[in-house]
Design a protein around this ligand. Structure first.
Ligand SMILES: [Zn+2]
Ligand SMILES: [Zn+2]
Length: 312
């Protein structure tokens, strides 16, 4: 009897300690401040016709604590599920698709535990938003993925025949078909790989200048997935955007230097160390260029700084 009571007491203490340790991984713990980016600012000659539009397709109801260490467990946040349309005279690009027309059916293929803690709402798929804006789908040259997770690719089948640009690393990742990936559901997608033939760019080791005019430059940012990228867009006005995908879920990842909590990193990132390295690069760049507009795929405040598609 005494042994049984001792066993119960030890188990209760062990559970309590585990819970406290787990909760601590959600508390604030800022990364060290990196030195501001000290390199040159690359020149760009963007065409005057270039334009950027936000395409928010829905939301995921989360709490701030899911997005960054130190975020409240009780502060509700609607995470944007979104993409962006880049209009360029050499061919328009869609950065990610957000939710597509078949998100409800696709969602059922995700792991049960994830579905149990995920409450999303579809607003309007990207293809329908473009149509409503009177956009000619033939103008869409390619879809450029920041990475291949479910919430970034759901709308791919809504753009039949449009090539999907990925890095070789992300293409391999897609072929392995992880449990958070819908690409296995889309056998007809035409993937086109691109490389990083250009030199260092704003603190990143390599780059791919899409149209050779410096207006749309992709850099490797592996970590969240093996082939994750950041897309820099420079307008003739000098305004610069950084579409960082899921490098951070919320802007506090950069402004407060707070990573995702350990539990979220463990599940969401294939290489959390690599993600941290790229996060520090973006923090260092933002120190140097405070006017840089950073757009995480899931932060409404980033998309609020981009014009919406005009309605017809
Ligand atoms: Zn992701
Ligand atoms: Zn995402």
């Amino acid at each position: 009897m005494k042994n049984k009571r001792t066993y119960i007491a030890i188990s209760a203490v062990a559970v309590l300690v585990t819970l406290v340790l787990l909760l601590r991984t959600f508390s604030a713990s800022p990364l060290p401040t990196p030195k501001p980016y000290a390199g040159t600012l690359p020149s760009a000659t963007p065409p005057k016709e270039i334009a950027v539009f936000s395409v928010i397709t829905g939301v995921n109801h989360r709490v701030a604590a899911f997005g960054y260490r130190g975020g409240s467990l009780f502060e509700r946040r609607d995470f944007s599920m979104a993409g962006a349309l880049l209009k360029h005279p050499k061919g328009d690009l869609l950065i990610d698709t957000g939710f597509g027309r078949n998100i409800h059916q696709q969602f059922h293929t995700l792991p049960a535990i994830f579905r149990a803690i995920t409450f999303y709402r579809l607003w309007r798929p990207a293809a329908d938003q473009l149509k409503a804006a009177g956009y000619d789908p033939k103008s869409l040259h390619a879809i450029l993925l920041t990475h291949s997770h479910w919430d970034h690719v759901s709308g791919l089948p809504d753009f039949p025949g449009v090539p999907v640009w990925v890095t070789a690393q992300e293409h391999e990742f897609i072929k392995k078909s992880g449990d958070m990936d819908f690409c296995k559901l889309f056998p007809d997608i035409l993937y086109e790989e691109y490389g990083f033939e250009g030199g260092p760019y704003l603190g990143f080791p390599a780059s791919h200048d899409v149209y050779g005019d410096g207006s749309i430059v992709v850099v490797p940012a592996p970590g969240h997935t093996p082939g994750s990228v950041i897309v820099f867009v420079t307008l003739p006005s000098g305004t610069r955007y950084a579409f960082v995908g899921d490098l951070v879920y919320q802007l506090e990842g950069i402004t407060l230097r707070e990573e995702r909590p350990w539990l979220v990193r463990r599940k969401a990132d294939t290489d959390a160390e690599g993600n941290r390295e790229n996060l520090l690069r973006i923090i260092a760049l933002k120190e140097r260029l405070p006017e840089l507009i950073i757009v995480p795929a899931h932060d409404m405040r980033g998309f609020a700084q981009i014009p919406q598609l005009p309605s017809r």
